[in-house]
Design a protein around this ligand. Sequence first.
Ligand code: ACO
Length: 401
Amino acid sequence: CIDIAKLPKETGCFTYDPGFTATASCKSAITYIDGDEGVLLYRGYPIEQLAEKSSFLEVAYLLMNGELPTTEQFASFEHEVTHHTMMHEAFKSFIGGFRHDAHPMAMLVGMLGSMASFYHNDLNLDDPEQRRLAAIRLIAKVPTIAAACHRHSIGWPIRYPRNNLEYTTRFLHMMKEVPSEPLELNPVAAKAMDLLFILHADHEQNASTSTVRLVGSTGANPYVCVASGVAALWGPAHGGANEAVLKMLAEIGRPENVKSAVDKAKDKNSGFRLMGFGHRVYKNYDPRAALVRKMTHEVLGALGVNDPLLDVAMKLEEAALQDEYFVQRKLYPNVDFYSGIIYKALGIPVEMFTVMFAIARTAGWVSHWLEQQNDPENKIGRPRQIYTGATTRDYVGIDQR
Ligand code: ACO
């Protein structure tokens, strides 16, 4: 590992690393991944233990603060998050301005960007307490905004947050059409939602978190930093994969069609990839995918749902893991391969899948933003390039071209 910044300037050392496959852009103490061994730790705690024993809000505290909370610390954190869930009334007119068929991720980018216009005058980024408050506001308000975006898209009035509910149930209550439904949420379904939120909460310097840090490095308002993270997350190569997986499974339709899908994914000219497969860092089974796969069976069993797409997914995984192409390239299912099947069973519409990811990842984004703002080594992110354009040439008037 070479610290380029510490090399004498005269060496002229310059690296070319498209896609940042081997370049660390920062130091971070939040999340550790060993992609060869399939290990994921949040602040040192194995993801499997957090998935089994913790809750999303506790994990959000851990990511932000570095330690698990005491009972009092957790109560205070939960109280703060709960009491920042409301959005400004003026947000309603922002939401009302979107076309009814706008994608909820597009609305979320816009709404979070507009939050910067509500919280800027008194925002002093040199004050750690103000930075912490911005992080709390984001964790608290993103679910409210996300649910409002969904309700706008189906033409339903916005529902205000019920602060006597806990984080994930409150979100479902705001989002769903039937008010009583989430209050009686099946405990397995509630656990599944929380599990998915825990697994999606952070993943070190992925594309969206790196985007948040790049924007944050300029000293920009934290709400636009997170809006930029949502924009980066939306792409199908990143968080948009969960929506793309479900659409792909529906297109494959039946286990008999799996072989031709695998063959098509191996054909580079087809432009088709197995969505939910492969990862830049994991060259082993994504530990999150193993937990989601197990939970998929539990949820479908507990809710009495028989989803034929699960059979397609399992057959697809089996076929790919036995195929030389996928074995050689170490392509395994990632966190999003099975998550959509759970969200579908919970009645979440497919366009909302990546929004669900964004709600959870907000905890990671704000933790990285806080860590960066506190980092004495933080510098404006400014990648270099290898110039491939024309050499110096003289301007030619338009009448002579
Ligand atoms: N299906 C078929 N082939 C694949 C797939 C796939 N899903 N993923 C990678 N490959 C192949 C590539 O064609 C390439 O083959 P080659 O060496 O013969 O050229 C090789 O595997 C390496 O792939 P890269 O694209 O170089 O790997 P990279 O690390 O840049 O990309 C990525 C990782 C974007 C996740 C990729 O695997 C992919 O597109 N997967 C599908 C989308 C997806 O599931 N994204 C979610 C990622 S997890 C997350 O963000 C939450």
